[in-house]
Design a protein around this ligand. Structure first.
Ligand code: 13P
Length: 256
C-alpha cells in the first residue's frame, strides 16, 4: 500500500513570520489519525526554511519540511542559488524539481532537472519531479508524449531502487492557479500512464512510486481525486496557504 503524500507548495508567499503562524495553525488543525493516514509536507520559500525547521523540531510536528527548488552543485560561483547540501543541513526532506513555473518562467530544461534529481538523491532527500502538459499540447493530443519525455529525460540514469522512492507530481499546466482542475478521470488516466511508463523503463519501481496530482486542488475536489487508483497524493498551491483549507484537503477522507 502506498501511503498518500499531500504537499503544500507555498510558491513565493508567506514571509518567515507568516510561515511560523501558518505551520502552527496547520499543526493545531491536524491530529495523529491524520498523520497515520497521510504524509504531509510544506514547500516554503528559502527564507522561511530555518524558522520552520526550528518550529517543527521544537514542537515535534510530524510535517516534512520541503523546498521548492535547488541547484545541482553543492558549492560554487552560482549567484542566487541554494544547494542540496544547504537544504539537507536544514533537515529538508523533499524538494520540488521541474515545477512548471521553473520550466516555463525560468527556462529549466529536462537536462537541468535530471542533474538536480541526481544531486537531491545524493544528499538523501526525496525529489518530487513535476511533469505536465501545456494546454496547446493537450489540445493537440500530445499529453502522454510530453509527460513521458519529461519522465524519461528527468529520470535518466536514476537507479530503479531510487526511482521507487521518489515522488512524481502530475500537474497539467492549464490547471495551475486557473480554477480549472483536471477531472478525476483525466488525472487517473495520466497518473496510470506515468506508472506504466516507469514500470516499462525501471522494472519493479512503479508499484511503490507515489504519484501526486496538482492543479486547482481544493477541499471540495480532493476526495474524488484521491479515489483514483493511481493518484497517491496531491500537490496543492493556492489552497495550501490557508491552514484551514489545507487541513480540509488533508482530511479528504472525512469530507466524502
Ligand atoms: P494551484 O493549486 O494554485 O493551482 O497550484 C498548483 C501548483 O502549482 C502546485 O505546485
Amino acid at each position: 500500500m502506498r501511503k498518500p503524500l499531500i504537499s503544500g507548495n507555498w510558491k513565493m508567499h508567506h514571509n518567515h513570520f507568516e510561515a511560523i503562524q501558518t505551520i502552527q495553525r496547520l499543526a493545531y488543525a491536524l491530529s495523529s489519525s491524520d498523520y497515520e493516514n497521510v504524509d504531509v509536507s510544506v514547500h516554503a520559500p528559502f527564507t522561511d526554511l530555518r524558522s520552520l525547521q526550528t518550529v517543527i523540531e521544537a514542537d515535534d510536528i510530524p510535517i516534512s519540511l520541503g523546498a521548492q527548488h535547488s541547484h545541482w552543485e553543492n558549492k560554487g560561483a552560482f549567484t542566487g542559488e541554494v544547494s542540496p547540501e544547504m537544504l539537507a543541513k536544514l533537515n529538508v526532506s523533499l524538494v520540488l524539481v521541474g515545477h512548471s513555473e521553473r520550466r516555463h518562467i525560468f527556462g529549466e530544461t529536462n537536462a537541468d532537472i535530471n542533474k538536480k534529481v541526481h544531486a537531491i538523491i545524493a544528499k538523501e532527500m526525496t525529489p518530487i519531479l513535476c511533469v505536465g502538459e501545456m494546454s496547446e499540447e493537450r489540445e493537440e493530443g500530445r499529453t502522454l508524449e510530453v509527460v513521458e519525455k519529461q519522465l524519461e529525460e528527468g529520470l535518466s540514469q536514476v537507479k530503479p531502487s531510487e526511482v521507487a522512492s521518489i515522488v512524481v507530481a502530475y500537474e497539467p499546466v492549464w490547471a495551475i492557479g486557473t480554477g480549472k482542475n483536471a477531472t478525476p478521470e483525466d488525472a487517473q488516466e495520466v497518473c496510470k500512464a506515468i506508472r506504466e511508463k516507469i514500470v516499462s523503463i525501471w522494472k519493479g519501481a512503479g508499484e511503490d512510486l507515489r504519484i501526486q496530482y496538482g492543479g486547482s486542488v481544493k477541499g471540495v475536489n480532493a476526495p474524488d481525486l484521491m479515489k483514483q487508483n493511481d493518484v497517491d497524493g496531491l500537490l496543492v498551491g493556492g489552497a495550501s496557504l490557508d491552514p484551514d483549507e489545507f487541513s480540509r484537503i488533508i482530511k479528504y477522507r472525512l469530507l466524502d
